[in-house]
Design a protein around this ligand. Structure first.
Ligand SMILES: NC(=O)c1ccc[n+]([C@@H]2O[C@H](COP(=O)([O-])OP(=O)(O)OC[C@H]3O[C@@H](n4cnc5c(N)ncnc54)[C@H](OP(=O)(O)O)[C@@H]3O)[C@@H](O)[C@H]2O)c1
Length: 305
């Protein structure tokens, strides 16, 4: 099969479009014929070796965690899927024509959008879901501040938070104001011109998707007894204790069942996916250069088939 592989950690020039063996399928796995792969910041971070402590790569490695496609073949004990089913999945190695993955991480694809767009769902929407519905205590929250409203995670988080009945404040640069409003943000703060900590104070729940100084300054926005969750880095524990804030780093927990829930919301017209750009698989370098800018709006997609 054709795949984008890397043979060592490094910059985007490491990404090589080449032949690779089709993965073996274990009894509890399905082999997915990939139609499209989503591109995530984790992909360039892995490529550069920034995640080698948590998730070391074995070379040659195929990157990519988000896949949409059809089931090509099922393992011996799999009954939930059959060949030809359109699926969405959290995989290891989506930048390829095929990927094998346990059925736990596979869901039926939503039908109302093309598979190329479905590929943008798993990590971004799954992470927003993990934070909002599996980490946060929404009984204690009326208002959420989403730092990074225009990104992959942010665009889903705004919509899911609105569905959960929260008042949504989102930060973005001016060019993305309308986009973020169209997704349902009640208030938009242009972080390039306005002081976010001044504009958003006493917030019940803060989701940080930016990290660094933005994570630090998020403490000024959250109320005592409030919640601050970062998907980028662990918040300062001592400061959290001092301020009486439940502050945590959250890692996504994405299952096929969750992906089907999210797909259901998409089919019901309650959630939409924002696509920045689609590239052919062979242009993964360009896609990585774009995601690495940290300025993409919504999702970047690699079209495989
Ligand atoms: N813990 C986990 O399991 C997990 C899961 C998924 C993602 N992540 C991490 O979460 C982060 C976000 O992921 P993503 O996929 O959403 O990234 P992304 O799509 O690349 O985010 C890009 C967006 O960030 C916005 N942005 C950049 N700087 C900003 C700032 N200072 N304030 C507000 N917005 C800003 C940009 O909007 P403007 O152009 O308007 O600035 C752009 O739209 C990444 O670091 C990723 O690795 C972690």
């Amino acid at each position: 099969m054709k795949a984008i592989r890397i043979h060592d950690y490094g910059d985007a020039d490491q990404l090589r479009y080449e032949d690779a063996p089709v993965p073996e399928v274990a009894p509890d796995e399905v082999l997915i014929k990939i139609h499209a792969a989503g591109v995530n910041p984790a992909d360039w971070k892995s490529r550069q070796g920034l995640m080698r402590q948590v998730r070391p790569l074995k070379f040659p490695a195929i990157l990519g965690g988000d896949a949409a496609g059809t089931v090509e073949r099922v393992g011996a004990v799999v009954s939930r899927f059959k060949s030809g089913d359109a699926v969405v999945a959290r995989v290891n190695g989506a930048y390829a024509e095929f990927a094998a993955i346990k059925t736990d991480f596979v869901g039926r694809a939503p039908r109302s959008i093309p598979l190329s767009q479905v590929a943008g769902i798993p990590i971004a929407a799954g992470t927003a879901w993990t934070v909002l519905f599996e980490t946060a205590d929404l009984t204690k929250a009326k208002t959420i501040l989403i730092q990074g409203g225009a990104g992959g995670v942010g665009t889903f988080a705004i919509q899911l938070a609105r569905l959960a009945g929260l008042r949504v404040i989102a930060t973005t640069s001016a060019r993305n104001r309308e986009l973020v409003e169209s997704l349902g943000a009640d208030q938009v703060i242009d972080y390039t011109k306005e002081d976010v900590a001044q504009k958003a104070r006493d917030i019940d729940l803060v989701l940080d998707t930016v990290g660094g100084e933005v994570l630090k300054s998020s403490f000024a926005s959250v109320r005592r007894g409030g919640q601050l969750f970062s998907i980028v880095a662990p918040p300062d524990e001592a400061l959290a204790k001092d301020l009486g804030v439940d502050a945590r780093f959250v890692r996504s927990n994405i299952t096929g069942i969750k992906l089907e829930e999210i797909g259901g919301l998409i089919d019901a017209g309650k959630v939409k996916i924002v696509i920045e750009r689609e590239f052919p698989l062979a242009d993964a370098k360009a896609a990585h250069k774009l995601v690495e800018t940290g300025r993409a709006r919504g999702k970047i997609i690699l079209r495989v088939a």
